[in-house]
Design a protein around this ligand. Structure first.
Ligand code: FAD
Length: 384
């Protein structure tokens, strides 16, 4: 029924656009609408942390603007429009006082940055970089010779550290954890990445927390829990992301760490689906591109009338620290096994095996990183 309300996708990140693209392959006629809080420029978010290494400005990372995407995918896009509430009983979304009806609704609104306490985040020198607009503003304020302090030693903190060194900036990383990428890398692999970054000139203060950031004479002074302080012109807060769940929870949808969906990406509300960084698929929140692409392909078919559960194979994560190529397939939370670790300088092969020898996860760095494909074939699928 062409007169019926459109399929509405909220969010113009990789999840929203991948879904729209896949949906149009299966269904050319159903009206499609995208609503996005940002400018709707299509870009690949992982490229944000390789901007200097690959010598790309924010403008060069923009693949297509909203107008071009709307035309290409034959859909309406409303940019700079923030959805403020969902009304699943009425099959409507709210944008302030305005109501829009949908036939099917897809939540692809991503994850938000975790903000540090006001003593830190209150400083105008503290930035977080989670989308292309953040990145453009960051690049505008960064000047040659600037010292950058990165708060957080997770995947994103480490990638920005390597990238900014490649851009010639002075970089210091501060994090309360005793190793880099805790929860993602086993200790030996983390040590290899840290040592390689140190060889590139990155300084680390691990095992200490940043307590406050004071603006002083055109620079920031970052005070640490051990009483030391570090100076820099720009401070990047990279302490993690959290799926956006507030509007879903207010509308009565089931949420856990993310918006809870089943294998067909259906939420607990009829005709409402979720994918990408905001979604928790059968208890798992994987905030990476591979799982969202698989989700987009499955959900497009479901929306086009052929119900298709998503399956996720092994989901290796490539850490974009070129000074120490690293790939990791973390064992599942409930997995039981032990690490078998081989260290050869900064080349590490760490294999997590069950008692019967089955490979359940791995982390490989340096010369061993190229084994990632072969190892990925051995680990069990994340969602079979
Ligand atoms: P987003 O891209 O965050 O999109 C969310 C969209 O929703 C935005 O358009 C936003 O404006 C909109 N929105 C939010 N709230 C509302 C609202 N209320 N109303 C309307 N619109 C709204 N993954 C990998 O697999 N490999 C990598 O190498 C990798 N590198 C990364 C490097 C960096 C620096 C970062 C930050 C992430 C990286 N990731 C990587 C993760 C990956 O980029 C994300 O998983 C993916 O981009 C998430 O896409 P998304 O569409 O779900 O969310």
């Amino acid at each position: 029924d062409p007169g019926a309300p459109p399929v509405i996708i909220i969010g113009s990140g990789l999840a929203g656009y991948s879904l729209a693209r896949e949906f149009r392959k299966a269904d050319r006629d159903t009206p499609l609408m995208m609503i996005t809080a940002d400018d709707g420029v299509s870009y690949s978010k992982p490229m944000l942390s390789t901007g200097f290494t690959k010598d790309k400005t924010a403008r060069e990372l923009a693949q297509a603007d909203a107008g071009a995407m709307a035309e290409q995918l034959d859909m309406d896009i409303r940019t700079r429009t923030r959805v403020t509430a969902l009304d699943p009983d009425a099959h409507e979304i709210l944008i302030g006082a305005e109501r829009l009806a949908y036939r099917k609704l897809v939540l692809a609104w991503g994850a938000e940055v975790i903000r540090l306490p006001p003593a830190i985040s209150g400083s105008a020198r503290v930035v977080s970089i989670n989308d292309l607009e953040d990145y453009r503003l960051f690049r505008e304020r960064l000047e040659p010779g600037h010292r950058v302090v990165i708060l957080g030693a997770g995947l994103i903190g480490c990638e920005y550290a390597n990238d900014l060194r490649n851009g010639g900036y002075d970089v210091t990383v501060v994090a309360p954890s005793v190793q880099v990428m805790p929860g993602l890398l086993p200790e030996a692999a983390a040590t290899a990445v840290q040592q390689s970054l140190e060889t590139e000139g990155v300084r680390f203060h691990l095992g200490v927390a940043a307590e406050s950031v004071i603006d002083e004479d055109g620079k920031a002074v970052v005070w640490l829990s051990d009483g030391a302080s570090i100076q820099g012109e720009v401070v990047i807060s990279a302490v993690g992301l959290r799926p956006r769940t507030a509007l879903a929870a207010e509308a009565g949808l089931q949420v856990g760490h993310g918006i809870k969906v089943d294998r067909t990406l259906a939420t607990s509300a009829p005709d409402v689906y979720a994918l990408g960084d905001c979604a928790e698929v059968e208890g798992q929140v994987l905030m990476y591109v591979l799982p969202l692409m698989a989700s987009a392909r499955a959900l497009a078919k479901t929306l086009a009338g052929e119900e298709t559960p998503v399956s996720w194979g092994a989901m290796p994560v490539m850490v974009k620290t070129p000074c120490c190529p690293t790939a990791v397939c973390p064992p599942m939370a409930h997995a039981e096994g032990h690490w078998d670790v081989q260290v050869d300088g900064t080349s590490v092969r760490a294999l997590y095996r069950a008692a019967d020898g089955q490979l359940l996860g791995f982390a490989v760095t340096g010369d061993y990183a190229m084994e990632k494909q072969a190892l990925s074939r051995e680990v069990p699928p994340v969602l079979s």
